[in-house]
Structure formats: structure tokens, C-alpha cells
Design a protein around this ligand. Structure first.
Ligand SMILES: NC(=O)C1=CN([C@@H]2O[C@H](COP(=O)(O)OP(=O)(O)OC[C@H]3O[C@@H](n4cnc5c(N)ncnc54)[C@H](OP(=O)(O)O)[C@@H]3O)[C@@H](O)[C@H]2O)C=CC1
Ligand SMILES: Nc1nc(=O)c2c([nH]1)NC[C@@H]1CN(c3ccc(C(=O)N[C@@H](CCC(=O)O)C(=O)O)cc3)C=[N+]21
Length: 298
């Protein structure tokens, strides 16, 4: 069997095109230009690549981007004050504080300081609570992108067995919640799970968000299953001979592609969709803040 490759890069372009049209309508009909503020603390090179992509794509969609870099030596209070300033700034409709934060800061405190209606990451406890109870939440971008790709590939997910490997607040838990909302029967696996291979083998949908390069082996995948690889791991690539690294997911791609019905590649899968969903969430937040029905924009 040879799997269909789910092209997140192409899909993300269609999402970004739709966002750009909505931005044009917001400007022309309502005189509003959505604004997204990204705050990065410290100089993690990988984070800086993502932030650069976000800023570039924000501009391409026609939104205003506000980019703040703070040194790793900044105090928690400095970051909280920056967030408070952005909460009060009418030009800013969405706020993203890049995680992880330096160890001397309380991440939860920073996230809870973001105004929930500007929390385009969907990490604030108000939004996680709304997601869990079926309310009008801002949905975390990575799980939102995953569910969009799953529905595009499979149509109705009702009754399917899904496994999410990983239970973080930013990926695993909200992912499981969204799959449950789509009427999947959901298993959440983690580092204490016994016989992970057997749990994965039972699943029609596998979402891997572990942070361990190529940990999910190809022969664990049930024939015909759909595999969504969230992992972004930079590993040494001596075979390149140029001293550079390469990007791999949490799934053994070559092995899994032999069994899966469809699979996302890394790069070019979940990553680009995450950024597109961030822009989508910023438009959603702008509409809600201004009492505009987002569905009527196009
Ligand atoms: N493409 C994108 O847009 C994004 C990609 N990522 C990537 O996704 C991956 C996961 O990110 P994140 O959720 O933040 O990671 P975390 O490190 O917060 O969580 C990892 C999860 O994996 C579980 N885990 C670790 N080892 C094992 C194991 N051997 N067997 C089973 N489960 C295990 C952990 O279990 P336990 O809870 O028991 O410790 C934990 O729940 C990373 O590669 C990250 O880079 C993240 C965000 C966005
Ligand atoms: N508050 C917060 N929100 C986040 O959403 C968030 C975060 N913090 N911290 C870090 C993780 C990671 N993340 C990625 C986004 C896009 C790509 C992406 O576009 N990846 C490209 C390749 C990028 C490359 O080449 O390095 C791809 O997979 O094709 C990857 C990872 C968002 N995160």
C-alpha cells in the first residue's frame, strides 16, 4: 500500500487566500484592519524561524503585524506589562506569546494575563474551558489545522477510532477534545501508556504529538489509517555532508507510508496549517470583538 500525501502546504495556501479575502472585506466594508501581535522572549533560533514566518504571512494576508522581541533576561513583570499594553491597544486583535518562555517565568500566569478575546492561540483557561464544554472558544491553531486536514481527507469522522499520542495543553489535549467533538472514539496515550504499539494499531486516525523523532514506527500503523504527524524535530544529518540538520516528525514516515491510507509529511504538513489557522483565528477574534458575523464576510 502506498499512502496519499496530505499536502499541508497547499491546503494552508487555500486557508490563507480565504483569510486575505476576509481581511479585504473587513477593510472595505467595516474600515477595520485586523492586527496580530507576536511576542518572543529570548533567542531560541527555532522559535525565531516560526516567528519570522508568522510575521511574513501576517503581512501577506493584509493584516497589521506587530512583532516584539524581548531579551531572555527580561523579567516576568516586563512580559506581563507588554501583554497588558497589547490588551489595551485597539489596533491589536490577536496576541501570541511564543512558548516556551525562559524558565524563570510562570507560563500559565503570562497566558492568563492575555485578554481571552485576543488569545488567538486558545491557551487561556477561559478558552480551554469553553472548548471542553462546547462553547464559542478560540481553538488552538495546531489541533485546528489537524482537524481541518482530517475532515478534508476523510469527510465525516463519526465513529472512527482515534489515538492522540501526547497530552500537552497546547496540542494533545485540545486535539483529543476536537476529535471527540467530531464523534470519534478517542484514546489519549502518553509516556506511561502500556503497549503503545498495540494502542496505535487499533486506530483509524493517529495523531502524533510526542516531540521524539520518528518514535511511532511504520509497522504500528493499521493498514489504511490516516496519520497526522505534529512533531517538528531537528536532527543531525551527516548524510548531507554539509554539517546541516534536517527536520523530521514524530512518525517514521517511510515506514508509516507503507501502511497508512494517508499521511502528513514533515515539513509541509501540520506546520504550515498552524500558521494559517493563527491568521484565521485573528480574523475570527477581530469579528467577535466588533460584533461582526464572520460567516457573512465572503
Ligand atoms: N507543527 C506544529 O505546528 C507544532 C509542532 N509541535 C511539535 O509537536 C511535538 C509535541 O509538542 P508538545 O505537545 O508541545 O510537546 P510536550 O513535550 O509538551 O508533550 C509531549 C507529550 O508526549 C508524551 N510522550 C513523551 N515521550 C513519550 C513516549 N515515549 N511514549 C508516549 N508518549 C510520550 C509526553 O507524555 P507525558 O505527559 O507522560 O510526559 C507528553 O504528553 C513536538 O515535536 C513539537 O515540536 C508543537 C506545536 C506546534
Ligand atoms: N504560543 C505558541 N504558539 C504556537 O503555535 C507555537 C509556539 N508558541 N511555540 C512553538 C510551536 C511550534 N510551532 C510551529 C509553527 C509552524 C511551523 C512550521 O511552519 N513548520 C514548517 C517548517 C519550518 C522549518 O523549516 O523550520 C513545516 O513543518 O513545513 C512549525 C512549528 C508553533 N508553535
Amino acid at each position: 500500500m502506498s499512502a496519499k500525501i496530505i499536502d499541508g502546504k497547499a491546503f494552508s495556501q487555500t486557508v490563507r487566500d480565504a483569510v486575505a479575502r476576509d481581511v479585504t472585506t473587513l477593510k472595505d466594508k467595516h474600515g477595520i484592519t485586523p492586527g496580530l501581535a507576536v511576542v518572543i522572549v529570548g533567542e531560541d533560533p527555532a522559535s525565531q524561524v516560526y516567528v519570522r514566518n508568522k510575521v511574513k504571512q501576517t503581512a501577506e494576508s493584509g493584516m497589521n503585524g506587530f512583532h516584539f522581541e524581548m531579551p531572555a533576561t527580561a523579567s516576568e513583570e516586563d512580559v506581563l506589562n507588554k501583554v497588558r499594553e497589547l490588551n489595551a491597544d485597539d489596533r491589536v486583535n490577536g496576541i501570541l506569546v511564543q512558548l516556551p518562555l525562559p524558565k524563570h517565568m510562570d507560563e500559565a500566569k503570562v497566558i492568563e494575563t492575555i485578554a481571552p478575546e485576543k488569545d488567538v492561540d486558545g491557551f487561556h483557561v477561559i478558552n480551554t474551558g469553553l472548548l471542553a464544554t462546547g462553547g464559542n472558544a478560540m481553538v488552538p491553531c495546531t489541533p485546528l489545522g489537524c482537524i481541518m486536514m482530517l475532515k478534508d481527507t476523510l469527510g465525516d469522522l463519526s465513529g472512527m477510532k482515534a489515538i492522540v499520542v501526547g497530552r500537552s495543553n497546547i496540542v494533545g489535549k485540545p486535539m483529543a477534545q476536537l476529535l471527540l467533538d467530531e464523534n470519534c472514539t478517542v484514546t489519549i496515550a502518553h509516556s506511561r501508556t502500556k503497549d503503545l504499539a498495540a494502542e496505535v494499531k487499533a486506530a483509524d486516525i493517529v495523531v502524533a504529538a510526542v516531540g521524539r523523532p520518528e518514535m511511532i514506527k511504520g509497522d504500528w500503523i493499521k493498514d489504511g489509517a490516516t496519520v497526522i504527524d505534529v512533531g517538528i524535530n531537528r536532527i543531525p544529518a551527516p548524510e548531507r555532508g554539509d554539517g546541516k540538520s534536517r527536520l523530521v516528525g514524530d512518525v517514521d514516515y517511510e515506514g508509516a507510508a507503507q501502511h497508512a491510507g494517508a499521511i502528513t509529511p514533515v515539513p509541509g504538513g501540520v506546520g504550515p496549517m498552524t500558521i494559517a489557522c493563527l491568521l484565521r483565528n485573528t480574523v475570527t477574534a477581530t469579528c467577535r470583538q466588533n460584533g461582526i458575523d464572520c460567516d457573512t464576510l465572503q
